[in-house]
Design a protein around this ligand. Sequence first.
Ligand SMILES: [Zn+2]
Length: 356
Amino acid sequence: MSWSFPIGRLLGSELRVHATFFLLLAWVAFSAYGSGGSQAALANTAFILVLFACVVAHEYGHALMARRFGIRTPDITLLPIGGLARLERMPEKPGQELAVALAGPAVNVVIWAALVVIVGVPTDVRSLADFSAGPAEFLGRVAAVNLFLAVFNLIPAFPMDGGRVLRAVLSIFTGRVRATRIAATAGQIVALLFGFWGASSGNIVLILIAVFVFLAAQAEAADVQNRAIAHGLSARDAVITSFEPLSPDDTLAMAGQALIRTTQHEFPVLAADGRLAGFLTRSALLRGMAEGAATRPVSDMMETDVPVLPLSAPLEQVLDALAQAPAVAVTDRFGALAGYITRENIGELMVLRQPR
Ligand SMILES: [Zn+2]
């Protein structure tokens, strides 16, 4: 995800923080300072950081449950709305999707229950808003916010966990595409409500959440539709066979000329024996040129970790591979390069195949 920064690795996933999360921190500190001075600003910022840790735990709930079904989680991104565990793929079996979706909120319920056992249920709700109070009140607030996280995430609307629960349950009765469309529409309605609420109360964070939810719901519906279109098609149906390759010894300047001369944005790099050595993307080429490396060979800047699939591979497998890499190399039955597939030409295929 763009606008996010890596802060470390834990249990096999890279932890990233989205820029808007800092916006939330700044907003909380600033508004607390305005109403209660530096003491309140400090207490509230500490509270948000603990909240942040609970959100991380929530996301690891999803990631570790997904791992039980053999699905890795390359990264987890923290946004003001909560976290986003980017699973390698979504489990398509409703039971597995249900388990993965519920594992996140379940972690918050466990934290809430543990804290309630330690500090008890607050008798006076107003003490939750008192930031000068002692550690018991602080833990009481952490408990309350975990309950809120569990409930908020179970709103039955995409991309909230509740939306996945809804989709998993609906897809038992109707097709997965239709189930997704219903859950995504619910997500967009919720987004509009958040948007109105945010606009009428002047709450910027709510408006940000609304925009995020709206776009994420749309993206999810499109992805599932693409998968439905891809079903029954193979790499053969999407492969680019007419292209200009580069050689590993070509200079970046020569690659730059090829970029101008052709309409390609990705260039397969073929070794002397015709085997695929890697892929040079337009962004890598432009980065190299900006660094003044025009005379350096293409092999210095090319991506060598390119997924390779046969022409007969199901197109759904190609979609999974393209979620991780800019291009997929496609080989014929003799193992020679037949062509390649990019996100852009998959997009074109999807538009052409869209049901009218
Ligand atoms: Zn979740």
